[in-house]
Design a protein around this ligand. Structure first.
Ligand SMILES: Nc1ncnc2c1ncn2[C@@H]1O[C@H](COP(=O)(O)OP(=O)(O)OP(=O)(O)O)[C@@H](O)[C@H]1O
Ligand SMILES: [Mg+2]
Length: 364
């Protein structure tokens, strides 16, 4: 998998950018607030169809006009494709148009055309924050490798919305005679789509675990990282049935894959409470490198690795081990505030760029 060319128009602080990255390591150096994360965000959107961080799509649009465009030529095996994402702000709404080779695609159909494994500082929440970010981590990988997963996720979102609103209506006595029948239908849908998502996540975690452990041990001189999936009850139909009274009382759905978690242990103890800052960071990076390995194993092709400010907080030994792991193959886009931490022999092999005020220039 390779990003051949990237063009940005009015994307965040990039008024106009044209970038042709190299086939292996690409290092982007820039001070705070210059556009490093904005660049990686644009590349990630080509794989995920939406920004993994923006709360509102209109945030992505720069000051020059009411619209923005991300355009790229990507290469999968021998195949070349053009992907474009156009945003148009229309009052309160932002319209998004996705095109692959000039033909319009729905957002759920974009993932799979281009694949990335992304690490950025927000991801530290993977260990520190609640389970939502850990589910998002699994989702981000699975939409890229498992056909139908993006649709299943959209289906789950719809079921939860509809079922929760119906639960509230029934509890308030406003659902009428047909309420129970409709609820049965949503229960069935929840069990069906929920089982599909849980099975996909369980398989993914089994594949991620050994690779994450290997990377972590490699970077952290032998430290033991374990991950375990905590999914919905084995018999989801029964659990949904048993929770009905509780769900009606709360007006929300208490069992299903929207409550899943991924347990992360360092040396057998909760990474969240026992891991130091650097240990947690190493664990998150290892999970992301494992994601890249699983994507490669599933699709036969290494995804583009996007690593935002990955070296800070790591000691020299961990940095060296991480960079060795990262430079092992495939296209990598890595950012940093300064070149200092990169070993000279690595820089010699890399394409190095500087980022300043939404402009990127090749270095040396
Ligand atoms: N829609 C937008 N229009 C214009 N500028 C924006 C928009 N959204 C964000 N920016 C600006 O883009 C600049 C660069 O942000 P970015 O997060 O890429 O910085 P960075 O180089 O990653 O910095 P750091 O090293 O601090 O992480 C910020 O100053 C931010 O205010
Ligand atoms: Mg940044």
């Amino acid at each position: 998998m390779r990003l051949r060319r990237l063009q940005l128009k009015n994307h965040r602080n990039y008024a106009q950018l044209e970038l042709v990255p190299g086939p292996s390591l690409n290092v982007f150096i820039g001070a705070n607030g210059q556009g490093k994360t904005n660049l990686l965000e644009a590349v990630a959107m080509l794989a995920l169809s939406a920004s993994p961080r923006a709360r509102r799509e209109s945030e992505l649009v720069g000051p020059i006009g009411p619209g923005s465009r991300i355009e790229a030529a990507v290469e999968t095996g021998a195949l070349r494709r053009e992907i474009a994402i156009t945003l148009a702000v229309e009052g309160e709404r932002t319209r998004r148009v996705i095109e692959v080779d000039g033909a319009r695609r729905r957002a759920v159909d974009l993932p799979g055309h281009f694949r990335v494994a992304l690490f950025w500082p927000d991801d530290l929440g993977l260990i520190k924050a609640g389970p939502e970010l850990r589910r998002r981590f699994l989702n981000q990988m699975l939409v890229q490798v498992e056909p139908g997963y993006a649709r299943a996720l959209a289906g789950l979102r719809r079921v939860l919305e509809q079922r929760n609103s119906l639960l509230k209506q029934i509890a308030a006595g406003q659902a009428g005679n047909g309420g129970q029948g409709v609820l049965d239908a949503w229960n069935k849908e929840l069990v069906q789509v929920g089982s599909e998502i849980a099975a996909a996540r369980a398989r993914a975690v089994l594949e991620l675990a050994p690779e994450a452990a290997r990377c972590h041990a490699e970077i952290a001189s032998g430290e033991r990282l374990e991950i375990r999936y905590e999914g919905p009850p084995e018999n989801l139909a029964e659990a949904v049935n048993n929770s009905l009274a509780e769900d009606l009382r709360r007006g929300s759905t208490s069992v299903g894959p929207h409550r899943d978690d991924l347990v992360v242990l360092l040396e057998g103890r909760e990474a969240r409470s026992y891991g130091s800052q650097g240990q947690q960071r190493t664990a998150v990076v290892s999970l992301k490198l494992a994601e890249a390995a699983v994507i490669q194993a599933r699709t036969g092709e290494r995804p583009v690795l996007l690593l935002d400010d990955v070296l800070s907080e790591l000691d020299g030994e961990r940095r060296a081990a991480l960079l060795a792991e990262v430079a092992a193959g495939g296209q990598v886009i890595i950012t940093a505030v300064e070149a200092g931490p990169f070993p000279p022999d690595l820089i010699a092999k890399a394409m190095v760029w500087t980022v300043a005020e939404g402009k990127i220039e090749a270095c040396g």
